[in-house]
Design a binder for this molecule. Structure first.
Ligand code: THU
Length: 159
């Protein structure tokens, strides 16, 4: 028997002003997108913005539905749109913000799995910036860091 352990390093900032301009801009775009979230049922407005390899920033937000489980998180709304329209562009940095809480909002399990799918196919991590109403920021090196022992297409290769 062996005991193994999983850990990762991430950064914590008291304010957006400590970040470089591209990360500040990503957060700004995510905040703007959160303001347009369609979240009449939860009133939890989430915005996301991604920096592509070509320097473009695309944003999205959560899209809810009267049939609650049909609703889609901001991260998956955005990443599906981006991969549908810019499949050849790497997804470099993903900023996520929530307007309605001072707590750290962190991607749900489905969104983590989605982020990992794109990390796997581009063979490069996607940096994740978490921001919230209080203005504090966490920077996490990858989606994979948030989902230990995750399942991905490599798991399918040898079956
Ligand atoms: N939500 C997101 O958009 N992203 C997250 O990371 C967490 C949750 C949405 C889903 C739902 O519309 C609302 O927030 C409340 O769960």
């Amino acid at each position: 028997m062996k005991k193994l352990n999983f850990n990762f390093e991430y950064e914590s900032y008291d304010s957006v002003t400590e970040l470089d301009t591209v990360r500040q801009e990503l957060i700004q775009k995510a905040v703007e997108a959160a303001g347009k979230a369609y979240a009449p049922y939860s009133n939890f407005h989430v915005g996301a913005a991604v920096l592509l390899g070509n320097g473009e920033i695309i944003s999205g937000n959560n899209q809810e539905n009267a049939s609650y489980p049909v609703g889609i998180c901001a991260e998956r709304t955005l990443l599906s749109y981006v991969h549908a329209n810019f499949p050849d562009q790497k997804k470099k940095i993903l900023a996520i913000t929530v307007l309605d809480t001072d707590l750290e909002a962190s991607p749900c399990g489905l969104c983590r799995q989605t982020i990992i799918e794109y990390e796997t196919i581009q063979n490069e991590p996607i940096e994740i910036i978490l921001h919230n109403r209080s203005g504090t920021v966490l920077i996490i090196p990858s989606g994979a860091a948030l989902l230990p022992l995750h399942f991905n297409s490599e798991s399918l290769n040898d079956h």
